[in-house]
Design a binder for this molecule. Structure first.
Ligand SMILES: *Cc1c(COP(=O)(O)O)cnc(C)c1O
Length: 383
C-alpha cells in the first residue's frame, strides 16, 4: 500500500461511520455568542467558563506584557526564555494552590505528555481512569511503563488493580472534572487507595481549576486532596492558554534537569504570563462569576430533565446530552443550529462507540434567556 492509498483508506473509513470532522471558520465570537457563515448563534461550545477570554484586565495584561517583554520569549526557558514574568506567575500559582513549586508548560497537552514521558520507566505501571484525556492516555500507551485502565470513577476497581504486584513505581492518573462527561472524580478515595499502595497520584484539573473550590482553586482543593502531581491548564476558565505542573521542590528540580518538553521547547511568551497573572487575580476574586455559572447550570438542568436524551451525572459547566448514534447527534446539532444555538456533537473515538453526544457547555456569561432559547430548541427537536 502506498502512502496515498493509506491516507485515502483512513479518510474513507471516517466518512463511512459519520465520523468526519470539520473545522468551521468562526468569524467573530464572544463567550455568549458567535458568528459563522454570516449567521449569529448563541454559543454553547466553549470552555471559556468564566468569560475571561474577553476580560479587559486579561487583554490589557497581554498588551502591556507584549509592549514590555516582546511578542515571544525568544528561547527555551533553559537558555534565555525564562523571564521575571514567568517566575512571578509560577510563584503566584504555587502559593495559591499550596505547593512548593509550579512549572509552566505551553499547553495542557504538553504538560501531560511531559509528566508521563519523564516519570514512566520500565517495570513501572500507570493506572489511569478509563476516560482520561487523550493527552494522558496517549503518553501512557507510549511509555515503557505498563498502562492499565481502571473503571471510570471506580476506586474499588482501582484497588483491585493496585493489589496486583508491581516491581517498579505506581502512578495513578485521573481528572478533577472529566472533559466529555462533566462528572467529578472521587478524589479522596482515589488518593487514599494510591497512598496505601505507595504510589503517586496525578490529577489533571483542566476543567475544575478556576471554576470550583474556594477562590477557584479547583477540584483537589474542593475535595481536600493534595496529589503529588497536579496539572492545571489555562485554556479553559483562565481564558488564555498554557498549563502548569504543581509539585514539590525535588520533583520540580527533576523536571528542570530531565524534562525534554521543557528543555527543547520555546517558553511561553512572557506577555502570556502577564495575561495569566491578570486572569489569576480575576479568578481569585471571582465568586460572583462562579455563582452566576452555578445558577446557569441549575437553570439548564431543571429545564432539560424532561428531555428524552439522558442528562449525565454532572454538576459542572459541562452538560452533555447522550444521544447514541453519530448520525443522530449530528442531526440534533444541525437542528439546534437552525434554531440559533451552536452546540458541538462529540463522536467516537473521542467518546466510546455508541455514546455520541451533544457537549453543551455553560458559562457565567450566558443570560437566563439564552438558556431558555436552548431549552426550547431542544424540546422542539424532541418533538
Ligand atoms: C483541554 C484538556 C487538556 C489539554 O489542554 P490544552 O491546554 O488545551 O492543551 C488536557 N486535559 C484535559 C482533561 C483537557 O480537557
Amino acid at each position: 500500500m502506498s502512502w496515498q492509498q493509506r491516507l485515502q483508506q483512513g479518510l474513507a473509513q471516517r466518512r463511512a461511520v459519520d465520523g468526519w470532522r470539520q473545522r468551521r471558520v468562526i468569524d467573530q465570537q464572544s463567550t455568549r455568542t458567535l458568528q459563522s457563515g454570516g449567521r449569529r448563534y448563541l454559543h454553547f461550545s466553549s470552555n471559556d467558563y468564566l468569560g475571561l477570554t474577553r476580560h479587559p484586565a486579561v487583554i490589557a495584561g497581554w498588551q502591556q506584557g507584549a509592549a514590555l517583554a516582546g511578542a515571544g520569549a525568544g528561547a527555551s526557558g533553559h537558555v534565555t526564555g525564562y523571564h521575571q514574568q514567568h517566575a512571578d506567575l509560577e510563584a503566584q500559582l504555587a502559593d495559591w494552590l499550596g505547593y512548593d513549586r509550579a512549572l509552566l508548560f505551553i499547553s495542557g497537552f504538553a504538560a501531560n505528555q511531559a509528566v508521563i514521558h519523564l516519570l514512566g520507566e520500565k517495570n513501572d505501571r500507570i493506572l489511569a481512569d478509563k476516560l482520561s484525556h487523550a493527552s494522558l492516555l496517549d503518553a501512557a500507551s507510549h511509555s515503557p511503563a505498563q498502562l492499565r485502565r481502571f473503571s471510570h470513577n471506580d476506586p474499588e476497581n482501582l484497588a483491585l488493580r493496585l493489589a496486583s504486584p508491581c516491581e517498579g513505581e505506581t502512578l495513578v492518573v485521573t481528572e478533577g472534572i472529566f472533559s466529555m462527561d462533566g462528572d467529578s472524580a472521587p478524589l479522596a478515595a482515589v488518593a487514599q487507595q494510591t497512598q496505601q499502595a505507595h504510589g503517586w497520584l496525578l490529577v489533571d484539573d483542566a476543567h475544575g481549576i478556576g471554576v470550583v473550590g474556594d477562590q477557584g482553586r479547583g477540584s483537589c482543593w474542593q475535595q481536600g486532596v493534595k496529589p503529588e502531581l497536579l496539572v492545571v491548564t489555562f485554556g479553559k476558565a483562565f481564558g488564555v492558554s498554557g498549563a502548569a505542573l504543581l509539585c514539590d521542590a525535588d520533583t520540580a528540580d527533576y523536571f528542570l534537569q530531565f524534562s525534554r518538553h521543557l528543555i527543547y521547547s520555546t517558553a511561553m511568551p512572557a506577555a502570556q504570563a502577564v495575561a495569566l497573572q491578570a486572569a489569576l487575580k480575576v479568578i481569585q476574586q471571582g465568586d460572583a462569576l462562579r455563582q452566576q455559572l452555578q445558577h446557569n447550570i441549575q437553570h439548564f438542568r431543571c429545564g432539560a430533565a424532561s428531555l428524552p436524551w439522558q442528562l449525565m451525572n454532572s454538576t459542572s459547566a459541562i452538560q452533555p446530552l447522550l444521544v447514541g448514534e453519530n448520525s443522530d447527534a449530528m442531526a440534533l446539532s444541525t437542528r439546534l443550529a437552525e434554531a440559533g444555538c451552536w452546540v458541538s456533537a462529540i463522536r467516537p473515538p473521542t467518546v466510546p462507540p455508541g455514546t455520541a453526544r451533544l457537549r453543551i457547555t455553560l458559562t457565567a456569561a450566558h443570560r437566563p434567556e439564552d438558556i431558555d432559547v436552548l431549552l426550547e430548541a431542544l424540546h422542539d427537536a424532541a418533538g
